[in-house]
Design a protein around this ligand. Structure first.
Ligand code: PLP
Length: 350
């Protein structure tokens, strides 16, 4: 059902997007030590999946205007030992796939879309998750749809599908459900239903039935959930349009969108976080550039925009059930803060 929803041939349900990313990379037999291009600003699992697979992340700078991969820097960071590229639709904002993809194909890179922060959006007439070779979705509790925890791998390549399916369940060569189903028929003399062979060093990454049941119910609501998100964004964007010191962090394009974050950009981020805290409004920072973290420091090379822009970014409450009253309250507080800075600035000028 998920494959049909996204518009791909195959989908493998797993227990997290982290597992999905790991298996996507393992679907190719890359030589150890090869490099995978990854944006500097993303959730840690994007880069961890590279290290799990015995490869090395090569961080690419982000475009400060949309926080996704900077195409010019991507071309600069590419080297012959790069074997794959993970495009992250940050906050649900689409990467410039129409530029990235033809270039990446010329370089023979395996392209993976990390769709953990989006689900069901259409970009330039094409669903996110169908642009690349393999795409990975997250059904973690906070994501666009949820199964408590969970993930999905979408692809069109049958061989890769079979390999990923096997790796997701202990490396077996036969699907248990299909084996057992085969032996049900009365006329059928198939007695081999118990038989399987372990052909890969697999993982316990499968999605269980309980998660899948929740996922089926969630999938029915996905369009409504996305619509609600886009309506809330519309209110937020119009509510802050007169602010001088607070601007949207993404160039939100709401038609057919599936945004996960409402983030703003301000020079006075820490002051805003504190102001909102005193008003009982929660905030978060998505994300500190990965190369500023201990285990990724050694991969930190020429990431000027990422190192600057993240200090200005802050996320505000954003989920489908956010009530109008609360949205208005948050907008009101943002405008109060903006006025405060403005008054202070005028005072400063005197
Ligand atoms: C949440 C997230 C993941 C990991 O998803 P899990 O399902 O929690 O493993 C990976 N990449 C990005 C960009 C994310 O936001």
């Amino acid at each position: 059902r998920f494959a049909k929803f996204i518009g791909c041939k195959y989908a493998v349900a797993v227990n997290s997007c982290t597992a999905a990313l790991h298996l996507s990379i393992l679907s190719n037999n890359f030589k150890k030590g090869k490099k995978v291009l990854v944006p500097a600003i993303t959730f840690s699992a994007t880069a961890a999946s590279v290290l799990y697979s015995g490869l090395e992340p090569k961080f690419v700078d982000v475009n400060p205007n949309n926080l996704t991969l900077d195409f010019e820097d991507l071309k600069k960071k590419y080297s012959k030992d790069c074997v794959a590229l993970i495009c992250v639709h940050m906050g649900g904002h689409p990467c410039e796939m129409e530029k990235i993809l033809p270039w990446a194909k010329k370089k023979k890179l395996l392209v993976i879309e990390d769709c953990a922060e989006t689900c069901g959006a259409i970009y330039k007439g094409r669903k996110l998750g169908t642009w690349s070779d393999i795409s990975c979705f997250s059904f973690e509790e906070k994501k666009i749809m949820t199964t408590g925890d969970g993930g999905m791998i979408c692809l069109n390549n049958k061989n890769k599908f079979n390999k990923i399916k096997s790796l997701s369940f202990h490396g077996w060569n036969k699907d248990p459900w299909q084996r057992h189903q085969k032996s049900f028929g009365k006329k059928n003399y198939y007695t081999d239903h118990w038989n399987y062979e372990i052909v890969n060093l697999g993982y316990k990454y499968n999605m269980n039935d309980l998660m899948a049941a929740i996922g089926i119910a969630q999938l029915k609501k996905i369009n409504i959930l996305n619509k609600k998100r886009s309506n809330i964004l519309k209110k937020y964007l119009s509510g802050i349009k007169n602010c001088k010191y607070i601007k949207p962090a993404y160039p939100y394009t709401l038609k057919n969108s599936s945004y996960w974050l409402f983030s703003v950009k301000t020079k006075y981020r820490d002051e805003l976080i504190n102001f909102m805290k005193l008003k009982n409004i929660s905030t978060a920072v998505h994300f500190v550039p990965l190369p500023l973290n201990k285990i990724y420091k050694k991969y930190n090379k020429n990431l000027k925009n990422a190192m600057k822009v993240w200090k200005k970014i802050v996320s505000l409450p954003f989920f489908p059930d956010l009530e109008n009253k609360k949205i208005n309250y948050i907008i009101n507080c943002l405008n109060q803060f903006d006025k405060k800075i403005n008054n202070f600035k005028n005072y400063e000028n005197i």
